[in-house]
Ligand binder design. Sequence first.
Ligand code: SF4
Length: 284
Amino acid sequence: MQPGGGAYICGEETALLESLEGKRGNPRNKPPFPAVWGLYGCPTVVNNVETIADIPWIVNHGGDAYAAIGVGKSTGTKLISACGNINKPGVYEIELGITVEDFIYSDEYCGGIANGRELKAVVAGGSSVPILPKNLILTTANNEKRLMTYESLSDGGFATGTMLGSGGFIVFDDQQCIVRNLWNFSRFYHHESCGQCSPCREGTGWMEKVLHRIEYGHGKMEDIDLLVSIAKNIEGKTICPLGEAAAWPVASAIRHFRAEFEAHVKNPDSCCKKHLHRELVHSH
Ligand code: SF4
């Protein structure tokens, strides 16, 4: 047993190996991949706990039985960690292939939107994947019910789809401010960037600052396209996927909720005054 240092980036497999070797948890350039050059230079298999936890069931029941669960290439079960504005937050083991609508609204899982509010948006696979508004998370662009599968959630590419990712399923009700939530995500990724690559190290900080000024009423209309440009200049130009993890939510939020960003610039008091007021109340 080797305790980790607590850094988010050490969930990236090569950063994890560096950390295990007693070094700073910086992701490695790949290739070589860990199966060729892993811990102390030896071939290494890195799996997460979820995968390992499936093994006893597969040994007992057989691989075919496990593969028979699910739809298409999305076979087996998946742990979904559901949180946000839902009645029943928690970790659910689902059979891949149920509809997103069932997952959100059925009593077996999330139990619907809390306090009788309406669904506004969902981040389906952890804070690093594109955010989708209600209409696109429940149905695909072809008007089919969106399923909790790798294929269905990514249907439409990033224009209208997202990713199942880590299974961190965050639900936003109609009172949630997209700009404020994005600023929160960006703060996190800026803090967690290991700093090796300039696009990620500098870009996450720029996104955080620009989102902060939009959120706090000092934004300019051109800041919205500036954010898109920063996100584009991070994507695909970094050693590990943390860069994309920071860029995709911002780019998708502007794609689907641009009007909300514009409203913040035109009338900063329109949405977030209640948050600012709450912070003031709590600080006294
Ligand atoms: S993308 Fe970010 S976290 Fe990943 S190696 Fe580069 S600087 Fe570090």
